[in-house]
Design a protein around this ligand. Structure first.
Ligand code: EPZ
Length: 423
């Protein structure tokens, strides 16, 4: 039977919580490791459901994966890949599986992939990927189940590609694919998330020739092959921001350790402007109790703007702030629908349209039975349960385990009354 989380509200938190390696960095290095036929060692690796699923998909292709959860290390040996067909339930369930397509196409000249589903936060198209591969000279045959991509007779040839919209995995995928294309590829209107320059630093160490990462234009000079190497996953900036807002909304004094504060972009400035009290160190953030939170409107934006993955916990925080504000989710269509579950707890939220809600606070929350629609809404519900009066039950917690490793153990260590119940 599926597991649930049971949370008793009203607990203050205290102590230290360490941030794990970033999900959205680890998933990309796993994909990038397929560009080479040599081993890649990954340290500070997050053993979460999404990374476990991607490694299972890779093993089905013939990749050897050595895991050491104790040491948080993984070693990838991509020398034995025997196929490039990414099909089946596992692929269809996980959006991030699209990340494997480019490297397989670049190295083997063809790949077939089932349309990936994954999050429910809005239909997740893959047109930027398919159009990008075509621009590099590949042919694509698409049906409603899958797409088969084959590189041209002359292999993949570098090209100028302008993304119609900023796409994080679109940028990373076409960048990785272009590493083995012939000639120069220029990518424009690229994402600038911190995980991208870190990935490029690794690829260049392995022999790739990429410049411009972290800006909106990335230039890749194709090379024949790249070597293996060692990659350290950076701290998860979304975990960092989530724990920061958890400390603020529970009015607790906690220290979030092993993080990179500047990776939070404009989030820290916005929180300070809303009256949040916290101290920023080189690799920690410490929340201070007694913040007088003022309702402050935000619009999510690509990095370094307010991260869409931090919008759900921020929306919860605003239910406890004084006054009225608007939360405008500009990136995804379905990322605000979780607010109806906060409203059942007593939050005062008006849905204006699929992208905008008005939040009026402060509102007292009461424990309820909730279900997690996606990982970021899920962790937000878990935190809502921590401040609500009484008990909160959360179902569908696989969604939370997708991105937060051993979350109930880590939160219980700082005082949360939370337990995982196997029904
Ligand atoms: C990445 O998703 C992250 N996932 C997401 O984190 C994050 O929310 C998102 O970037 C935005 O920061 C990973 O890195 C694995 P996009 P991604 O392509 O790359 C549209 C989490 O919770 N689009 O930047 O899939 C798309 O619909 C996850 O950890 C197309 O139209 O997001 C969206 O409106 C959720 N066609 C916009 O671009 C495409 O081919 C930005 O999406 C691709 C995307």
């Amino acid at each position: 039977m599926p597991e649930i989380f049971e949370i008793e509200g009203g607990q203050k938190l205290s102590g230290e919580i360490e941030v794990n390696g970033a999900k959205n960095s680890a998933l990309k290095i796993l994909a990038a490791s397929l560009l080479s036929d040599e081993k890649c060692k990954i340290t500070n690796f997050p053993f979460i459901e999404d990374t476990k699923r991607i490694m299972e998909i890779m093993e089905e292709l013939g990749v050897r994966v050595e895991k050491n959860e104790e040491l948080k290390e993984v070693e990838i040996d991509p020398s034995g890949i025997k196929g490039t067909s990414l099909t089946g339930e596992l692929v269809r369930k996980l959006r991030a599986s699209i990340l494997l397509a480019g490297p397989l196409l670049a190295r083997f000249g063809e790949v077939e992939i089932d349309h990936p589903g994954g999050c429910v936060i809005g239909k997740r198209p893959i047109d930027f990927f398919v159009d990008g591969f075509k621009k590099l000279g590949a042919s694509c045959e698409e049906n409603d189940q899958s797409v088969k991509i084959v590189s041209g007779n002359n292999g993949l040839v570098g090209e100028e590609i302008i993304f119609p919209k900023i796409s994080v995995t679109g940028t990373e995928s076409l960048m990785m694919t272009a590493v083995l294309a012939k000639g120069k590829t220029i990518l424009k209107n690229c994402a600038m998330e911190p995980e991208i320059p870190v990935l490029v630093e690794y690829l260049n160490k392995c022999g790739a020739k990429i410049s411009g990462a972290g800006t909106s234009t990335i230039i890749i000079d194709g090379v024949g092959k790249i070597s293996g190497g060692e990659f350290e996953v950076i701290p998860d900036r979304i975990e960092t921001g989530t724990f920061l807002m958890m400390g603020l909304v529970t009015d607790s004094e906690i220290t979030i350790k092993k993080c990179i504060p500047e990776h939070l972009g404009s989030v820290l400035e916005i929180l300070k402007g809303a009256g949040a009290k916290f101290e920023i160190g080189t690799d920690y953030i410490r929340t201070i109790s007694g913040s007088k939170l003022e309702a402050t409107s935000i619009a999510t934006h690509e990095y370094p703007g307010f991260a869409t993955d931090l919008q759900p916990p921020y929306t919860l925080l605003m239910t406890q702030a004084k006054g009225m504000c608007m939360v405008h989710e500009t990136i995804f269509d379905g990322r605000l629908f979780f607010v109806d579950q906060l409203s059942t707890m007593g939050a005062n939220i008006v849905i204006c349209d699929p992208h905008r809600v008005i939040v009026i606070g402060p509102a007292k929350l009461f424990g309820k039975k909730l279900s997690s629609p996606d990982l970021r809404a899920g962790i937000t519900m878990l935190i809502a349960g921590m401040i609500a009066e009484g008990k909160t039950i959360i179902e569908n917690i696989y969604q939370i385990d997708r991105g937060y490793e051993k979350i109930e153990e880590r939160l219980a260590k700082i005082g949360a009354k939370i337990k995982r119940v196997r029904n």
